[in-house]
Design a protein around this ligand. Structure first.
Ligand code: UDP
Length: 354
């Protein structure tokens, strides 16, 4: 049985810009795998979105501001000529051509619109609880359309009062893109959007204390935040490598001894952790959010006390205890495209049968 799937991307940035964070890679990976399985897929995304192999319908309009920049009680903000609204207007017009609409945006509007559509909508929620208004609308959909709320991890689900109504889908990577590297250099790595919720300054502080060079990869989303880190740690042994396409990122990341993950917030299930494992790179992370589900303590990484630079430093000293082969193995058994494809396809089937 083949399905016609309409994928609705995030309205905070075009695909390929990096503004959408992990959602960009997740949507492209799920699309790739669904196409491989014979399903039909179209991705609806903001204008400027690029992909060499995926069918994209570009939609013009003003971008949304990221939800992580909002306070808990803030109301919903929708700009004039909103790309989000335009994308969902397009979906309304073409819905009869599809069996299922899949929403990848962490935004109020698609959730609110769910009962107004004729076609079922699956919502893949990429972040934990951030604002009251989002919690409220997600819960409403979870109650009125059982089984349609997907999340990545259990700790992410647990940030919501309706955790038991969320379907956990984990994540998956195209492992053929990531090469296993058994003989790394001595550098550490940090990968992600450079923004306050990612806590980059702690990783920089750990690099400074240990004196071990650290490469930084990712989009500078918050320029003043980045400049402040550079001013505070002028002599830290860090090198900013830019925002790299996946094939280049994996090449450089694979050469590193470990990936430091230092989130201030509950990360749902960071793609960068799975990408590192796929290259055989162990993880040193704060014991917070999805990382607690990903890391096998003492084997594929170390979980350290949240917000403790000293904890990072101690873990770095013990890196030799970790097993790079076990990292790749973990990625192959749990985070392959095939494994993720099975989980996602079953979810889609269940929604369409209801
Ligand atoms: N990324 C990239 N090039 C870089 C650095 C990061 O393509 O140089 C991508 C990375 O592959 C990942 C995303 O940026 O898919 C970050 O997503 P993650 O899920 O780790 O965190 P989020 O940004 O969603 O909070």
């Amino acid at each position: 049985m083949y399905y016609k799937l309409l994928f609705m991307s995030t309205p905070i940035g075009s695909l390929g810009s990096g503004l959408g964070g992990g959602v960009e890679l997740t949507i492209s990976n799920i699309a790739k795998e669904m196409l491989r399985r014979g399903h039909e897929v179209k991705i609806v995304a903001p204008q400027g979105s690029v992909s060499s192999s995926l069918p994209i319908k570009e939609i013009p309009g003003e971008l949304q501001i990221p939800a992580q920049n909002q306070t808990r009680t803030e109301p919903i903000f929708i700009p004039k000529n909103s790309v989000l609204a335009n994308m969902w207007d397009y979906a309304r017009q073409v819905q009869a051509d599809y069996d299922l609409i899949v929403n990848f945006a962490y935004d109020w509007l698609p959730l609110y619109l769910t009962p107004f559509f004729n076609r079922p909508i699956a919502h893949l929620i990429s972040m934990g609880s951030l604002t009251d208004v989002m919690d409220h609308i997600i819960e409403q959909v979870a109650n009125n359309f059982p089984g349609t709320i997907g999340v990545h991890g259990q700790t992410q689900a647990a940030t919501f009062t309706f955790a038991d109504k969320c379907r956990c889908l984990v994540n998956g990577m195209d492992l053929s893109v990531y090469q296993f590297c058994s003989q790394p250099g001595s550098d550490l790595a940090w990968v992600g959007r450079i923004a306050p919720e990612k806590g980059l300054e702690d990783a920089v502080a750990a690099a400074k204390i240990t004196g071990i060079p650290m490469k930084i990869f990712g989009l500078i989303q918050d320029v003043p935040y980045w400049e402040k880190i550079c001013q505070e740690y002028p002599d830290a042994p860090i090198e900013y490598r830019g925002f790299l396409p996946t094939h280049e990122l994996q090449q450089e990341l694979g050469q590193c001894r470990a990936l430091l993950i230092t989130p201030r917030w509950i990360e749902a299930y960071p793609n960068v952790a799975l990408e590192a494992l796929a290259c055989g790179v162990p993880l040193i992370s704060y014991c917070r959010g999805g990382l607690t589900e990903i890391i096998q303590e003492g084997k594929t990484g170390f979980l350290v006390e949240p917000d403790s630079v000293q904890g990072l430093v101690e873990a770095i000293k013990r890196l030799d205890e970790l097993d790079r082969q076990a990292c790749r193995q973990k990625a192959e058994t749990e985070y392959s495209l095939e494994a993720m494809g099975d989980r996602v396809e079953q979810w889609f089937q269940k929604i369409m049968r209801n």
